[in-house]
Write a protein of this length. Sequence first.
Length: 175
Amino acid sequence: MKKIKIGIITISDRASNGVYEDLSGKEIERLMNIWLKSTWEACYRLIPDEQNKLEEILIDLADNESCCLIVTTGGTGPAKRDVTPEATIAVCEKMLPGFGEQMRQISLQYVPTAILSRQTAGIRGNTLIVNLPGKPKSIKECLEAVFPAIPYCIDLIDGPYLEINSAEMKVFRPK
């Protein structure tokens, strides 16, 4: 059986320059370790807010590393350097706007600025790409909201079957 690979990409000028530690990527990995019973491997990248670089990495992780899921953090706001959704849209064949809609709806319960967030998700081949916000607290809130649909989405795009720790996370798969 092929090893399950999950891409984790932190997009941050400051973290990539060593100004501060990447706590966001670590939070994604922590949550995956809690929720997944399947053995999996993280394909981790830390890069500056550069659209071309992000597109190259998304393509590499999807096409060459065969990640079934790529989760990005950062670069989803309205600032000039925030280009994560643009890179995601550029490399995906299908967009799944419901992911971003759900994450914004959840985030609005905590902060009114959630309407400024531009998270999205899409599919490239057999890979689901999900854009999360940059703060660890927001990552947990948003990923908890959309993760119940992720394993079934990966099933539908002929990715590997993700076994879930049902004591920690309830997912939906039709009978």
